[in-house]
Design a protein around this ligand. Sequence first.
Ligand SMILES: [Zn+2]
Length: 278
Amino acid sequence: MFSSPFLPLPAGLQIATTSLRDDLLVVEVVATKAGSCCPLCFCPATRCHSHYARVVADLPCAGFRVQLILHVRRFFCDHTDCIRKIFTERLPAFVLPWARLTVRLCEALQSVGFATCGELGTRLAERLAMQTSPTTILRRIMVLPTAAVEHVSELGIDDFSFRRGRKFGTILVDMQSHQTIDLLPDRTKETAAAWMSAHPEIDLVSRDRGGDYASAAASGAPQAIQCADRFHMLKNLGEALEGLLARHLAVYRTHQTQESRARPLETAQPGPPPKLRP
Ligand SMILES: [Zn+2]
């Protein structure tokens, strides 16, 4: 048994054998501690019940994928008051119970996911000899705890869809940091108002031009100034301009039709478009 600076392991674990299979480095690792603590009563236990092997993926080494075969043990808990009679040896800082990846590989995939996204992250991870999938990367990111919302003075609020056209939620953005700070499970005014009432420091609410978020801000953050956000302002402006141009086009076509009917067929010529008043 030995340790290697190329594959550092926590205290109590040592390398037994290594073997290379194509691009996969298989490392057999054994636990060398005399005992382990019961996860329920935290009492040390040394009476071994049995051995078993866990297969987990680890960080790549020199371009090779790394697979660890962890030979760990089950112990008897001899504490008389503990209801756990047998437990498996835990390696909490290195690999979580039932996990198939080491903690450090999970953290690397989370970093890749944060810097890219599910699809791009998978391609990048494969180039870095980490086998994964888009859903795995997204799942690793989604298990991370969300930072608590501390102080928000300018709030942006809008709806989004969990499932397009079917289920909607509300997204809340800190307009100063441009960070998404919370997601609400629906887009009702009651839910949004309850969230805002917990943040009396809100000075400004930037929202769509619908009525629900306006009334939510009026009841949940009455001290805040409300304004329409840029996206909805431009959207409404575009729609209004489209309607205006459509009306002018209809007038122009009516005018042309009337002129062509008034003239003899052989002399009928399309007239110039009417001048639009600015
Ligand atoms: Zn115990």
